[in-house]
Design a binder for this molecule. Structure first.
Ligand SMILES: Nc1ncnc2c1ncn2[C@@H]1O[C@H](COP(=O)(O)OP(=O)(O)OP(=O)(O)O)[C@@H](O)[C@H]1O
Length: 682
């Protein structure tokens, strides 16, 4: 409303509530989204503004579907594609986009509903009414108010609010989209990634090129992203865990977008402001009406003439009545003459003559008046025609003025009356307040006197206030510094406290470990003492103790080497171990060498203790069956035996003698151990 441009942008994955955030539920004011709330705010502001301020509110609504721009408020429902154009003074705009002026919340809300009906939506896996396009609802508010310099000139500001509902980003694999949905999805993702690239380039201070031209969306939002617009980006995320990746990506983009710094500025007296055109047109029409004032005077005169005509007609009627009366009187006179012939002949004659003269006079007068009236009538008809022409012209002008005034919305005091009515109202007001003017003047003088006194008092109070403010500033700065120091020390104390806690905790753990190791060492010590006391004779203990020495560096007991403790012996010569015979793997005594030289086979003197034994060939304990009958019987017994073996244990007794034949026992009784040499177990 102050002339800044603004953009509200809802960004996020599909079905995360972007449309809901922007539009909300229209049936319940508590659940209105950003768009209806913005409308309400605009019209509340207009209502509460000064009566000298005029506003012109225009709206447009477009969607970007498959990288094509469609007008959502166009009566042409064939979805004509619109073109993007650019002008150096106004920037990027959409050619032939419908822009409608609105006067109330109801009007603008109606247009939002109309546009919504024309928008592309479709069902996806995640959202039944998914927006398949990016939509931009633009509200332009032009404000004309008296210039602050007070020179009576009008000052125009233009603010533009873009309310953007983006289509939802969705991973192709997750969406399961095919056909038309797949195509839509690719375009949506492409334009959203173009938006992300623009954001990244704007955040990256080194980027020399911002890729606004990569998509229609980024070109239309060029001013909102890194331009002169106050932009709010709403990041919508879904609470479900399967949306984790998308939510993280949305938050990442929102975090990046946070770093973009725009430079908003008031759009003052722009060249393309329509309100100025409207106002000059209104002025022109007013001047035209003013110029037609003589015609209005003529019309007033005509009205008075009409009244005169009425009066004259009345007079004529009176004359006619008089004439009629006179005629009646005449008749009566004739009758009276006839009746009173004798008495009143002279008188009647005179009266009759008088009446005749009077009648002639009235006839003449009557004719004279009638011609005069006819002349006046013709004149009036002529003037009537002129009047009706003037009336038509005036009606035309007034209707023109009304249309323009209807488009302009005024502050609370305007009341929406037309100019003529306002002039009438004002003149009445002037008349009624005229007599109060003098009283008001006196009252004003008193007030002025009081105001001068008050201003002096205010100046004194301001001076006092200024010194107090300075003092307050000084103290506030000091307090802030102290506060900052206090916060710093608080943080330091907190970190020290946590450090102390950690150290205490570590110390306690270490102490517990040490106690545990002391305890276990004590146990080991007691055990070893017990073993020494119970199992090692004290003299041996003494001997061992002599051989041991405590090493301070490695903190262990170590055996003294034979060399080191034999030094204390009488000869002080270290005992040398005899060197082994050269070329032999082990030491060999002289006697063994002697026997070996004699070629002894005694293993005692050999290098290796290996016994050399003769091979023992085993004796044959079987014999062949030469008799074919015996062989057959033997074979049948073996078959039988094998069969039984399949079913269970079977023992086969076999006599080493050639005859009789081997005895097969089918009963599984174990053979006695004495017979084992003679009975083989199969
Ligand atoms: N805060 C909320 N309270 C109640 N319902 C909600 C809320 N947010 C979203 N919804 C519901 O969730 C559904 C999906 O929301 P919406 O259509 O706004 O998502 P979207 O992000 O615009 O999706 P798409 O990108 O697919 O258009 C709708 O039925 C909507 O009514």
């Amino acid at each position: 409303m102050c002339g800044y441009n603004g953009t509200v942008l809802a960004y996020g994955q599909t079905a995360s509530g972007k449309t809901y955030t922007m539009e909300g539920c229209d049936y319940c004011p508590d659940l209105w989204g950003i768009i209806p709330n913005a409308f309400e705010h605009i019209f509340n502001h207009i209502r509460q503004s000064q009566s000298s301020d005029s506003f012109l509110v225009r709206v447009s609504y477009l969607e970007i579907y498959n990288e094509e721009i469609h007008d959502l408020l166009s009566p042409d429902t064939n979805g004509r594609k619109l073109e993007l154009k650019e002008r150096p003074e106004t920037g990027v705009y959409v050619k032939n986009l419908t822009s409608l002026s609105v006067n109330s919340f109801a009007d603008i809300n109606h247009l939002l509903m109309v546009g919504k009906r024309n928008r592309a939506v479709g069902a996806t896996i995640m959202n039944q009414d998914s927006s398949r396009s990016h939509s931009i609802f633009t509200v332009t508010v032009e404000t004309s108010s008296l210039a602050p310099q007070g020179n009576g000139k009008m000052h125009v500001r233009v603010g533009k609010l873009n309310l953007v509902d983006l289509a939802g980003s969705e991973r192709l694999a997750k969406s399961g989209a095919t056909g038309e949905r797949f195509k839509e999805m690719t375009k949506i993702n492409w334009s959203l990634s173009a938006l992300a690239n623009v954001i990244s380039a704007l955040v990256d201070g080194k980027a020399t090129h911002i890729p606004y031209r990569d998509s229609k969306l980024t070109r239309l939002l060029q001013d909102s992203l890194g331009g002169n617009t106050c932009t709010v980006m709403i990041a919508n995320i879904g609470p479900a865990d399967y949306n984790y990746e998308e939510s993280v990506s949305t938050l990442r983009y929102a975090h990046r977008a946070k770093s973009i710094r725009n430079k908003p500025q008031v759009n003052e007296d722009p060249k393309d402001a329509i309100i100025s055109e409207f106002q000059s047109e209104i002025q022109r029409l007013k001047a035209q009406i003013q110029a037609s004032q003589p015609e209005i005077d003529v019309m007033r005169r005509l009205e008075s003439l009409e009244q005169e005509k009425l009066m004259v007609t009345e007079q004529l009627q009176q004359y006619k009545e008089k004439v009629l009366e006179a005629t009646t009187n005449q008749r009566m006179s004739e009758q009276a003459i006839a009746c009173l012939k004798a008495d009143l002949e002279g008188k009647a004659q005179i009266q009759l003559e008088c009446l005749k003269a009077e009648k002639e006079r009235s006839e003449e007068e009557k004719e004279k008046i009638i011609t005069q009236l006819l002349k006046q009538l013709r004149e009036m008809e002529h003037q009537n025609q002129e009047l009706s022409r003037g009336k038509e012209d005036r009606a035309l002008l007034e209707s023109k003025l009304k249309v323009l005034e209807e488009k302009l919305i005024r502050g609370t005091n305007s009341g929406g009356k037309n100019v003529t009515e306002q002039v009438k109202q004002r003149s009445q007001d002037l008349a009624s307040f005229g007599h109060a003017f003098e009283e008001q003047k006196l009252f004003n003088e008193e007030c002025q006197q009081k105001m001068i006194e008050m201003e002096e008092a205010q100046i004194m109070a301001e001076e006092k206030c200024n010194t107090m403010e300075e003092e307050l500033d000084l103290k506030t700065r000091k307090l802030r510094k102290l506060m900052a120091r206090y916060q710093q020390s608080k943080l330091e104390i907190a970190s020290l406290k946590s450090e102390i806690q950690d150290t205490i905790h570590e110390f306690q753990q270490e102490r517990a470990d040490l106690l545990w190791s002391i305890k276990s060492l004590e146990q080991q010590h007691q055990l070893k003492n017990l073993v020494i006391e119970r199992f090692i004779p004290p003299e041996e203990v003494a001997k061992i103790m002599q051989k041991m020495r405590w090493d301070d560096d490695s903190e262990v007991w170590i055996f003294r080497s034979s060399h080191s403790y034999s030094r204390n012996s009488t000869d002080n010569v270290p005992i040398q171990r005899p060197a082994s015979a050269v070329g032999r793997s082990r030491p060999t005594c002289q006697k063994a060498l002697q026997f070996l030289a004699q070629g002894t086979t005694n293993p005692r003197y050999l290098d290796e203790n290996v016994l050399k034994l003769e091979l023992e060939s085993p004796e044959r304990v079987t014999f062949d069956y030469c008799d074919p009958i015996d062989r057959i019987r033997a074979e049948s017994q073996i078959h039988q035996c094998l069969k039984d073996l399949d079913n269970g244990n079977a023992y086969f007794s076999y006599d080493s003698r050639p005859s009789p034949l081997p005895q097969y026992r089918s009963s599984p009784s174990r053979p006695k151990s004495a017979h084992v040499s003679q009975h083989a177990r199969i």
